[in-house]
Design a protein. Structure first.
Lengths: 165, 220
C-alpha cells in the first residue's frame, strides 16, 4: 500500500469515471459524447490540479464540468437536430430489453422532452441522489431554484404520462 | 415515497447500467481503444461460425471419420473441439477491422491491422501539459513525443525520455527527480506526461506518479 495525503487524478478517475460517464450519458443521450465530456472534465482538472485546495470539492467540480460539457455538446448538435428531427437519442441508445416495458419507454420519452435544466436537476437528484444544496452548488443556482425546477419537472412528467395513458 | 420518483430512479439505473466499467477508456486515453477491444468480442461469434464451417467441411471431406450419418467418430471428436477453441483465440489476439454491415465478410488475417489515429494537433494547457498523449492504438503519439523531446518553446527535454528501455525503477525515479528538481525544466504534471509516454514506449509498468508517490531527495 502506498501512503498518500490526497487522492491523485488517476485514483479519482478510477473511482468516479463510471458514475460520471453514466451521468453524462443521461444528459447527452450519447455514449461516445458522454465519454468525451468526462475525459474533458478530467483534463480540465488535470490542468488546474495545482490550484486544488480542497479535495472535498473536486467531485463537485467534475460534476459541474460534466454538466457544462454536456450543455456544449447539446448546443453543438442543436442545428443538426433541427434539420433532421429524430426521437430522443437516449431512447435509441438504450438496449431494447431495458425498454421492453411500455411504461418505462413512455417515461424515458417524457424525460427526454423536458427542458435541459429540468433534466439536469432530475438526473442529479434521482440518479446521483444529491441533496438540493449540492445540486445548487453544481448548477450554480439557488436552492430554491433547484426545488422549484424539480417540482415543475415532476409535474410535467406526471401530466405527460397521464395524457398518454 | 412518490412512485414517479421511484420510477425515475429505476429508469436511470436501467438505462445507465448498460455502460460498464470495463468498457471505459483509461484516463486521457482515446475512445477508439475501447471500441477496438469490443471489436474482438464482436468477432468471437464470427470466428466460432468459421470454426463450425471448417469442422463441417472436415466431416464431409473425410467421410471415413464419420461412423454414422451426422455423427463424428471417436477419432474425429477430439479435433472438433480444438477447432472450436482455436478460432476464437486467433480472433481475440489478432487486431481486425469491424465487420462492414453490408458487403463481404472480412477474413481473419493477422496482417489486417487498424490504422492508428494519431492527431498531430496538440491541445496545450497553460501548465505545458498536452493532449492527446496516445494514438488510438495506445501507442505514444509522435507529436506528443516530439513536444516533450525538445521541439517546443518551453525548453522541455526530460531525462526520463532519454532512458533506455532496460532502465530500472530507481533509475527512472532518479531521472524524474532530476527533471523536476531545482535545475530541471519540468513541472509535476508535465513530468508525469513525459513518464507516461516513456513508460508506454519502453513497456515499463512501474507505479510512479509525480503527485502521489514520487519522493525526491531535497535539493541541495
Amino acid at each position: 500500500m502506498r501512503a498518500r495525503t490526497q487522492p491523485g487524478i488517476e485514483d479519482l478517475y478510477r473511482e468516479h469515471a463510471l458514475g460520471l460517464v453514466r451521468f453524462a450519458f443521461l444528459l447527452t443521450g450519447d455514449r461516445a459524447a458522454a465519454e468525451d465530456v468526462v475525459q474533458d472534465a478530467f483534463l480540465g482538472l488535470h490542468r488546474h490540479w495545482d490550484e486544488v485546495k480542497d479535495p472535498g470539492h473536486v467531485l463537485a467540480y467534475l460534476r459541474t464540468s460534466v454538466v457544462n460539457g454536456s450543455r456544449s455538446r447539446r448546443r453543438r448538435n442543436l442545428v443538426a437536430l433541427r434539420l433532421r428531427p429524430e426521437p430522443p437519442v437516449l431512447v435509441q441508445s438504450a438496449e431494447a430489453s431495458v425498454l421492453a416495458d411500455e411504461d418505462r419507454r413512455a417515461l424515458l420519452a417524457s424525460v427526454g422532452a423536458l427542458p435541459p435544466r429540468q433534466r439536469e436537476v432530475l438526473a442529479l437528484k434521482y440518479f446521483l441522489d444529491l441533496g438540493e444544496q449540492e445540486i445548487a452548488r453544481i448548477l450554480r443556482i439557488s436552492r430554491g431554484a433547484v426545488a422549484s425546477t424539480a417540482s415543475r419537472a415532476l409535474t410535467a412528467l406526471a401530466r405527460q404520462l397521464r395524457e398518454e395513458s | 415515497m412518490n412512485s414517479l420518483e421511484d420510477e425515475l430512479r429505476e429508469l436511470y439505473r436501467a438505462v445507465t447500467e448498460t455502460i460498464r466499467e470495463e468498457d471505459l477508456p483509461g484516463l486521457f486515453e482515446p475512445r477508439a481503444r475501447t471500441r477496438r477491444r469490443s471489436w474482438s468480442g464482436a468477432f468471437a461469434p464470427l470466428a466460432a461460425a468459421v470454426a463450425v464451417v471448417v469442422a463441417i467441411g472436415l466431416g464431409v471431406a473425410v467421410p471415413k471419420l464419420v461412423s454414422a450419418p451426422g455423427r463424428l467418430a471417436p477419432p474425429a471428436s477430439p479435433t472438433a473441439p480444438s477447432s472450436f477453441a482455436a478460432a476464437p483465440v486467433s480472433a481475440a489476439t489478432s487486431p481486425v477491422p469491424a465487420p462492414a454491415p453490408h458487403g463481404p465478410r472480412p477474413t481473419l488475417s493477422s496482417s489486417t491491422t487498424l490504422p492508428p489515429s494519431c492527431p498531430t494537433t496538440l491541445t496545450e494547457g497553460n501548465d505545458g501539459t498536452i493532449a492527446p498523449l496516445f494514438c488510438s492504438d495506445g501507442s505514444p503519439n509522435p507529436a506528443a513525443l516530439a513536444y516533450y523531446e525538445g521541439h517546443n518553446g518551453r525548453g522541455f527535454n526530460p531525462a526520463v525520455l532519454r532512458l533506455a528501455p532496460s532502465s530500472t525503477q530507481s533509475q527512472v525515479k532518479s531521472a524524474m527527480c532530476a527533471d523536476i528538481g531545482s535545475g530541471g525544466t519540468m513541472g509535476l504534471q508535465t513530468e508525469q506526461q513525459a513518464y507516461d509516454l516513456a513508460a508506454r514506449r519502453n513497456s515499463w509498468s512501474y507505479d510512479i506518479n509525480t503527485v502521489t508517490n514520487l519522493r525526491c531527495p531535497p535539493a541541495r
